[in-house]
Every structure is written in C-alpha cells, then in structure tokens.
Design a protein around this ligand. Structure first.
Ligand code: GLN
Length: 288
C-alpha cells in the first residue's frame, strides 16, 4: 500500500465510525507509525508503507474507531509549546488549561515556590518551571500511576533546560490525597486543575473522555465543587502571606468558586475568561 492509499483508507474508516476529525487523525496516526511528518507524507504519497507499519496502522485505526483518544495512541500531547507524554492514567492536557498557566505566569516571580495540586501529567507545573527562572515546584497527586507519567515528563522537560540546567530540587512529586502528605513547607503560588465535572454530567461527556480518561481526574462529585472547597480551606496553611491560589474552573463555576474563596478570606478574587470568552480561571491572594 502507498501512503496516500493508507491515508485515504484510514480517513474513510474513521469517518464512517463518526470520528469528527477523521482526516486529521488518520494522517497523524500514519505519520506516527511511519515515523514521518506531514510534508513527507504529502509530497511522497506514492511511497510504500511497509507491511509492519500497515499492520500497526490498521490496529491504531481500529482503536481510534473504538474512541480511544488520539493522544493515548500516539502517547503525546503538546501543551504550552512543549511535548508531554500521556497515557490512560492522566487527563490529556487541554488547550483551555494554557489559560491557567498564562495567568499564573503573570503573577509569578523568579525564585517562587509553586505547588501544583492534582498535577496529573505534570503539564501545568512543568511548563511553569520551564518558562520561569529559579522557581521550585512540588506536584501532588493521589494517583501513583499519574505521578509516574509526571516524573517521566519532568525528565523530558529537564532535557530542554539549556544552557542552565535545573537544580536537583527544582521539581518534586508527592503521592498525596490533597494536602495530606505535603510537609509543612509554604508556597508562593498554589495552582490546581482539580476534578470539577458534576458527577451526573459525566455520562453526557464524549466517549473518548468518559470511557478512556481517568474518572478520578474528572469527577468533582455531586456539585462539581468538592475539590475546590477542600483545596481552598486547606491551602491557607500552605501559602505564604500574599501568596496566591489559582484554579481552572468549568465555564459555569466562576461565581461559586469565587464565593468559596472570598468566604475563606482570600482577597482580590478574580475570574478570568479563556479564548472562547468563557470563565476559565479563578484566583485570589492570601493576606495571612
Ligand atoms: N476540562 C476537562 C473536560 O472538559 C475537565 C477537567 C477537570 O475536571 N479538571 O473534560
């Protein structure tokens, strides 16, 4: 089979299975199995796909038809211009979450200590560390499988730190049910994209999400606010005076999360919209 035949076949299979971005996904999977890139694929459409590659491609197309997310098939997702490893144990980094990272970056200063609560793949913490100077970070998660992914992402990102490599203690990951195993250190910034989907909404999510991404990273319990409440309460003991707490939120949670933060004594509580114009981030300052 030639590249272009394989591509057409894959796109058609995915389209028939109702996959929205059928052509894009087929192309990316073909590039992935053939270790090639878009230009080669398009410019050399008559090049042959090896038998092994074809077999692998067919397997991946079948899995994509079964709604396995593309990123779990290729094993990577780009976020903040960096490539992160992903698997079924971590939420696939979302573009929406870049809004959270960018907002934190507006307030962070050289040398800040950052805690990322519910770190998952580590994409938030690691991009903050990559784009700042001399900051140190702790990533906490209840899932040891997620922490393994975060750790391997730290190694990936660390390789990019040229010409000034990270100090040994730049990043640390802790298996912890929220703050339970965070030692009594204090942070300048606490950031979190906790599970925030209302439990009863989960069955309505896309199959890729509800059947293949970790429920543990999505389910915010009955009102979607469970983790915000806990993190807001507990974070106060871990923030320095004038430290800041940042959350990603769902589009309809701006008011509820702001109110929780104000009630807990945070000042300058602010809701920030994402590129789509939807409420996406809430943050505030802890005056101690
Ligand atoms: N934004 C994610 C989604 O829509 C949910 C992220 C989360 O719960 N933290 O699937």
């Amino acid at each position: 089979m030639e590249y272009k035949e394989a591509y057409r076949w894959g796109a058609e299979e995915l389209s028939q299975a109702g996959i929205e971005e059928s052509r894009l996904d087929a192309r990316l999977l073909l590039e992935y199995v053939c270790h090639t890139d878009r230009n080669t694929l398009l410019a050399h459409g008559d090049r042959r796909v090896e038998q092994e590659e074809q077999k692998r491609f067919e397997e991946l197309i079948a899995r994509r038809k079964a709604r396995v997310p593309l990123q779990q098939l290729t094993g990577v997702q780009e976020f903040m211009g960096l490539e992160f490893q992903v698997d079924e144990h971590v939420l696939i980094p979302r573009q929406d979450t870049e809004c959270l990272v960018e907002e934190v970056m507006r307030f962070s200063q050289d040398g800040n200590r950052i805690l990322d609560m519910c770190t998952g793949s580590g994409c938030i913490l690691l991009s903050l560390l990559h784009y700042s100077n001399a900051c140190k970070g702790v990533g906490a998660d209840i899932s040891p499988e997620a922490l393994r992914v975060a750790h391997s992402n730290a190694c990936r990102i660390e390789k990019l730190e040229r010409p000034v490599p990270w100090e040994k203690d730049t990043v640390r990951f802790v298996e912890s049910d929220l703050f339970s195993r965070i030692s009594d250190e204090k942070f300048d910034l606490i950031v979190s994209n906790p599970p925030y989907i209302v439990s009863s909404v989960i069955p309505t999510l896309m199959e890729e999400v509800k059947n293949h991404e970790p429920l543990l990273a999505l389910d915010g319990k009955e009102d979607g606010l469970f983790f915000y409440g806990r993190i807001i309460e507990e974070s106060r003991a871990f923030l320095v005076k004038e430290g800041r707490l940042f959350f990603e939120i769902g589009f309809d949670q701006g008011e509820a999360v702001s109110n929780l933060m104000k009630k807990a004594g945070f000042d300058e509580v602010t809701v920030v919209k994402d590129l789509a114009g939807l409420d996406r981030v809430v943050h505030g300052i802890w005056m101690g």
